[in-house]
Design a protein around this ligand. Structure first.
Ligand code: ATP
Length: 471
């Protein structure tokens, strides 16, 4: 099976079995958006809860926050996102279809790392690179990926002129009303800024020892030029981010600490070490705020791509907040008079990319009794369903009753338990294999006699008899 076929199988299984559906599917979809069904929601939740447990609950130096998605526009001016959160865009001069210039050139075999707009344009011109439709391409220009919106009753539905200073008639471009430019806001493109803006609040409320970290999970939005590769590049997705505040003299030790923590995380997701790779990002490719970045890449079926990032953000963000807001961001080191703006180590995790890595790592095909079997080899602690419970046959009330009893016991204990009594046993096993259920519990006539049930293991397909109370 090729990687491309594997990807297609995963996308189709995800839809068929209720993990992930295309967003707004009944209306023909909305590019770059995805809806999680019951099993996908549970898988995602298990991943997010695992993260929270590892990085907040089990540590002594972390504080959780949950900030608003809509923030004052000054946040995004101070952070540099209004000016520099851009991707290179190129247009098909005939169809007006737009593409990400660097992706187009990379797909055509060119090395584009660290190239600016003019250099990308030159590559296009010198090599006569055409759009995927075979047409001429425009010059490469920048496109800001933030979704702009307007807070309050202003701007007649939100169409503005290019400077964002007046509401315009969409057909003619003529000015309709002047409006208050301070109503402009953005859907946050990262959760990090909601952490930085609360740094002062947390220091004032808790006066934590340095180093300490703030953690947040939540939605982020990026108007990606070309969303692609299933949930890998979406326009709406979820992030789990930590801003870890450190003494500037000690950033290297903290960076190393988080580098190790990231490896613990990929292992907790069940990803084999040999499929995860560190990429030391050269300066020319780093985000505007970073002095050092390691991208952790994973061997997805779409190729080796970024799973998560670890960046040394220096005092860039707190420094900007201090400058623009005029509020002091100093931390006074306990027991000393030493004051400084802390520096920041940021591990930034994408939930959808974690889900995609876990799903593609779990997807397996083997042969059982001469037939191809599809199953998800999910780690038990991530599986959306841990136990499926069924009576051997449906038409024996005493079996059904006993099975219900066992189901209730397990449900109370584990939560993630499914009742499954349709079709024959073989079909039920196949269905549960496909969604990655580690254990199928079957109640049969022996159960009524000696209180044992059959437990069938997903990976080996072996069955064992186990006492109900030992489940
Ligand atoms: P890429 O280079 O792949 O666009 P990035 O370097 O812009 O990613 P960051 O800004 O470092 O990504 O964001 C942190 C994390 O958020 C990424 O490692 C990834 O897991 C996730 N992420 C970023 N953009 C997307 C997206 N469009 N869809 C899904 N997850 C994303």
């Amino acid at each position: 099976m090729s990687d491309q076929q594997k990807m297609e199988h995963i996308v189709s299984l995800a839809k068929r079995r209720g993990f992930i559906y295309p967003g707004s599917d009944v209306y023909g979809g909305l590019s770059g958006t995805w809806d999680f069904g019951p099993l996908g929601t549970q898988l995602k939740r298990n991943i997010m809860q695992l993260w929270w447990k590892m990085f907040v609950d089990e540590r002594h130096d972390m504080y959780g926050v949950d900030s608003a998605i809509l923030m004052n526009q000054k946040v995004w001016q101070a952070s540099g996102h209004v000016d520099t959160f851009v991707d290179p865009l190129v247009e098909d001069t005939e169809t007006k279809q737009r593409f990400r210039a660097d992706h187009l050139l990379k797909d055509a075999g060119f090395d584009v790392d660290g190239l600016g707009l003019d250099e990308l344009t030159k590559l296009v011109r010198d090599n006569n690179v055409k759009s995927p439709n075979g047409n001429e391409l425009s010059d490469v220009r920048t496109f800001n990926m933030m979704f702009k919106t307007f807070v309050g009753p202003t701007a007649l539905g939100g169409v503005t002129d290019q400077q964002g200073e007046a509401a315009v008639n969409i057909a003619t471009g003529s000015e309709l009303i002047a409006f208050d430019p301070s109503s402009v806001s953005y859907l946050r493109p990262e959760t990090a800024q909601g952490i930085f803006t609360n740094y002062r609040n947390i220091v004032d409320s808790f006066y934590p020892d340095l180093p300490f970290g703030l953690a947040q999970q939540g939605k982020a939005f990026r108007n990606e030029i070309s969303p692609r590769d299933f949930i890998f590049r979406s326009r709406e997705f979820e992030q789990m981010e930590i801003e870890y505040f450190v003494d500037p003299d000690e950033w290297e030790a903290s960076f190393e600490h988080w580098r190790q923590q990231v490896w613990k995380w990929t292992q907790a997701l069940g990803l084999p070490d040999e499929s995860v790779h560190e990429l030391e990002v050269p300066e020319s490719d780093r985000a505007h705020y970073s002095k050092r970045t390691i991208d952790f890449e994973f061997d997805f079926p779409i190729g080796r791509e970024e799973l998560l990032g670890l960046a040394y953000r220096t005092d860039f963000d707190l420094g900007n907040i201090q400058r623009v807001s005029g509020k002091n961001m100093d931390y006074t080191l306990k027991g000393t008079n030493r004051k400084f703006v802390p520096h920041v180590i940021e591990p930034s995790f994408g939930v959808e990319r974690a889900v995609m890595a876990v799903l593609s790592n779990a997807y397996t095909e083997d042969e059982v009794n001469g037939e191809t079997r599809i199953f998800l080899r999910l780690p038990e602690h991530l599986a959306p369903v841990r136990f499926a419970v069924s009576p051997l046959v449906r038409n024996k009330p005493e079996l059904v009753e006993k099975a219900r009893e066992v189901y209730e016991i397990l449900k109370k204990k584990y939560g993630a338990v499914m009742w499954d009594d349709s079709g024959n046993i073989g079909k039920r096993y196949r269905r549960q294999d496909e969604i990655g259920t580690p254990h199928c519990v079957v109640i049969d006539f022996e159960t009524l006699e000696d209180g044992t049930v059959t437990v069938r293991d997903r990976d080996t397909t072996q069955q064992a008899r186990v006492k109900i109370e030992e489940l």
